[in-house]
Design a protein. Sequence first.
Lengths: 480, 469
Amino acid sequence: MNDIQTLHAMLYSGDVSSEELTRFYISEIEKSNPVLNSFVYTDFGNALESAKRADKRIKEGKGSMLTGIPFALKDNICTEGVPTTCCSKILSGFRPCYDATAYSKLKAEGAVLLGKTNMDEFAMGSASETSVYGAPLNPVDLSRVAGGSSGGSAAAVRAGLAPYALGSDTGGSVRQPASFCGVVGFKPSYGAVSRYGLIAYGSSLDQIGTLTLTVKDAAFVFDAVRGADGMDMTSSDIEKTPLSGEVGGLRIAVVKEFFEGLGADIKKAVLSAIEEYEKAGAQVGEVSLPSLGDVLPVYYIIACAEASSNLGRYDGIRYGYRAENYSSVDEMIIKTRTEGFGKEVQKRIMLGTYVLSSGYYDAYYKKARILRERVKEEFKKLFGTFDVIMAPTVPQTAFPLGFTERNPIDMYLSDVCTVPANIAGLPAVSVPCGEDAEGLPVGLQIIGDRFKDYPTLSAAHFADLSGITRRKNSVGGGVK
Amino acid sequence: MKYELVSGFETHVELATSTKIFCGCTTAFGGAPNTHCCPVCTGQPGALPVLNKKVVDFAVRAGLALHCKINTVTHLDRKNYCYPDLPKAYQISQYDKPLCEGGYVELPGGKKIGITRIHIEEDAGKLVHERGFTFIDYNRGGVPLIEIVSEPDISSPTEAREYVEQLRQIMRYIGVSDCKMQEGSMRCDVNVSVRPEGSTALGTRTEIKNMNSLNFIERAMEYEFARQVDVLKDGGEIEQATLRFDEKTGETYVMRTKEDAQDYRYFPEPDIFDIIIPDEVVAREKEALPELPLEKTTRYINVLGISPSVAALITKHRKVADYFEKAVKAGAAASRAANFIVGVVYSTLSTEEEKDELSIKVSPEELAELVRLTESGAVNVTVAQSALSKMLASGLPLSEYIAAEDMKGVDDGELERICAEAVKNNPRAVADFKAGKEKAISALYGYVKRATQGKADIKKADAVIKRLI
């Protein structure tokens, strides 16, 4: 498996053409996807056409870093004319009439779309098991889930079915599957990447992120997709700084609340990774963020409230699935939504509707917003004296298949380390930092201050440079 | 017991921006169904709203014109409800922090109707029922609206009419809306309650939805007032309800009662951050605010000496008022110019819309010239009026219709001769005049006018006659 930088060098030296590279990934997908279920839609004809165009561009010397390199998109990112279903029955057959901004930017770079990847229905879940297409499997251990909701994207990158993929992260949906599959998952600051064309789940939390083999790759993809967009009022430009990987003097906060209720292997892997940073000259300080005790209810109230509103539009009238046999518009809408949405989605719509309804709004939604501000303030204060926070990405390693359906509460609780970055809009990256006793990947999460995306990636880059990301289980190696 | 009417209005006014509130689609009325649409205004999955700044500017202007306080830090909210004409299943509107609060509209008699709030929001699409099917046209979806909510200060259908007329005039004057009720760019929800005369408590109200004609508003209010009074006189209670007015029967019907009132689950729109209106924008809009119709009318009456009824007819239409003021600026005597406009120009414009448009073929400068000639006595009123009519019809210049002899009137020798004739042929009037009946002289004026076919300058004739007598 090769990272973007290597593939780019190969394409530009003429060692390989984009068409050959694309054919290689196509054959990998054909070989492995029937088992892994990472991709839910592929269009290889189109991919080869884009590859040929990319080859021409490279020959003319007009290419850039991502030109000619194949990639995958999570199924909730709109692609004009190409099915985009959020892995939900209610959007079956839906082909958007426009491209998401992030996708059109990659297209403009001459990147080659292989297909759309599996995910939890409407990104609601932590194992991609709520997908209408069935769960993607974890390439590290086929009896386990790839994580969620961007499980298909993480699994595809880990299995070498795509050199990189875009995902989306509302409460950890890029970082958690990255951690489970042993790849790099980067969730930028809220607003750093345009959400235009990302099908909304929790609008104030959603952010497009990257799944890659290395931190540098995350930066390359981030470079290409980020930036203020006239189609998204919440988007903005951020300052770009170099990825030195230099950690001398880096001020690392270890927040004690992030280390409560952890598996012993995970605690060990994460703390030993932090020790590596310390050895290289970073300063580590332990702090407490009491408001983190509130983040899960705050997250679920806000995400579900926004989701209940965002998902109101799926009524069977304009696009997607429509129920049969109805005698009125109301009945058509009710039947369509009952049949079209899965259980988890229905649960969150109902929860969100409840917390917004009159008489309950103050007790739930309003209170959650107040607490959200408190979390933001605590982080702001912390970043006055620290550069980054280091924590586990998930308190567990990859769940066995079927675990989340039997243990929904455990699934919700497992988001505890990832949701704070969404609540506060902070950049956060998960990098592999070792394995547990069963050989399952553990993720180290590095959280930075708002819009300090590049310094955060630079801190994470050290994990690649120092070998932390390759401890025990390696994701390196050459093209097979 | 005698009852009185208590009414408040919620008025939706479509703003005359060229593009929609959250996307770049045109707001033009009509157009083939679903051709003024894009991913944003049809609520496609993943699409996001981008606020049109012009909408905020227009709403600020409307607020200032209605003497409101402007909330310079505000936000949008989602109003969630499910209906096929609303493609996102929520309307982006404002809930707890409207753009403008606490103003008033002054009626011609001086009474002030309080304005509670003005907020911005998006319009919904339109359902079209045809051939047993229901079609949806989203062209109107996303057209910007302001909702103007009044206090329950309106106490008769006549006041309601005046209120809506004032509101319409003001909105047109400041250029934020064309307020065409028949095209739906101005629509009213009318709240009606009754109470015993002299009481200050408010009764239970009903709301008549979506009225788009002044006549229907008056009729609906009259009907609803009488209905509520009947219910109370029979010992019954008014049920809070949303009503529909049937234009054919002239009666109101219940659409829904309080029990099935919707819970809109308002919450702040996460896709758009807080709206912060810079002080410069408020200052600029305040600066740009034109003189409003009622102020204009007062000034015309008090400063320009125009009769109240004529002044009101002129100020009713901004373009007419502008035209009139240009003519005055070009040297026309105000009163004469106003009379020419109301008497002659208006007779060629049959509808209110035509008056609004005022696309006529005579320039204010030409009108001023005509007025000047009339005032100086070079042309008499009858000739001037008929010339103006002809100019309005043909678009040809003044010189085509006022011939040299008209301009000259009657030469001095001829005038002397005719005046002498008048004195000779009206001995009775001359005697009366000499005896102190000043009015008797008008008989001599009449003689001169007839003899010269109206061309003579009566002021000059007066001097000649008085000398001869």
